[in-house]
Design a protein around this ligand. Sequence first.
Ligand SMILES: Cc1cc2nc3c(=O)[nH]c(=O)nc-3n(C[C@H](O)[C@H](O)[C@H](O)COP(=O)(O)O)c2cc1C
Length: 356
Amino acid sequence: MQEDRIFSPFELKGFRLRNRLGVAPMTRMSSPGDSIPRQDVLDFLVRRARNGAALVYTEAIVTDYESAQGYPGQARLVTQRQIDAWRPVVEAIRDAGAVSIMQMFHCGRIAWKEINPAGRTLAPSSLIPRDPNHLTGKPYPVPDEMSQFDIDHVILGFVETARGAIAAGFDGVEIHGAHGYLINEFLSAYANRRTNGYGGSVAHRYRFLHEIIQAVAPVIPADRLLTVRLSDWGVVDMDVSLLGPQDEYQELIRRVSAEPIDAISVSTYDFREKAFGTDRNMSQITREATHLPIMICGKIYDRATVEEALKDTDIALSAKSMLLNPNWVEEVRQGRPLRPYSSAEADIAYTETPLP
Ligand SMILES: Cc1cc2nc3c(=O)[nH]c(=O)nc-3n(C[C@H](O)[C@H](O)[C@H](O)COP(=O)(O)O)c2cc1C
């Protein structure tokens, strides 16, 4: 019975997830000044673990103090104070029976200079998105095309942040390669026009992510998790397919699957949507190209959508339902009638209003 699949345990490397439902990563912009999230934002994650989520992702944590930040008030995890702030959160999530994963990212060209102390924005190529920045209303600034020094330096930021997560006790670390941010920009011919070994073929566009994974993996102990998140869409220029066509996407998935990682997290806008002009969705197309566990996300909001999403994947993540409905896991279990939430409703995430 499908209901059993949702609430049946799943072995993710050494971790036994008590069900197939997780809190998707959600930026909260609550960390101005010291890059430590507000206490109520940290407590929110613990409450979702206590209310039954098997897996709890952090917001996207920024990997350096120079060019990685994409939004005001994002968190970091490289100082002892930041590590000390997360440690009790991680312990409480574990005590509640859930697994914790720190997600880390570099925003690439989806940024503006004022919010990064170094006053720079970086990207594989000096190209801006077509859409303006919806927070500032202005066009994005033209990014610096990353030099080899920049590339090596940015990779070190991922390594340091992963070390911070391990020091804080997280069960795992995720490399955020989705949503049109820096890694996704390298992966996509839409933003990457380089001809110097980091651009061109899928293999060359993949090189940056490969180097990040290879640098991060050695700092992840054997009993912790390393995951990668990917998406075919970005937060700006949303209509553009970033990783297609299908054969290029599946080549990417095969390359990622050959790395020392434990799961692939696929972010969609709507998991049911057919992808790359085929009659199959992202879960099905990803499943064909990997034996790794797959997490899927995107408009999963009630028992029927969870069941459908788990047909081709192993774990269903929800952002908006987990954000706005504290009893979501239990209500999925009961098969209660539930509705999808809108992005406008989720904007409460960025306010000081404490969530239930
Ligand atoms: C408030 C909010 C913040 C988000 N921040 C992140 C983030 O930091 N990292 C990330 O990978 N995705 C982020 N997302 C995307 C979600 O993880 C998810 O992929 C998307 O909302 C679709 O899932 P849903 O339909 O369940 O909301 C965010 C979404 C919301 C609503």
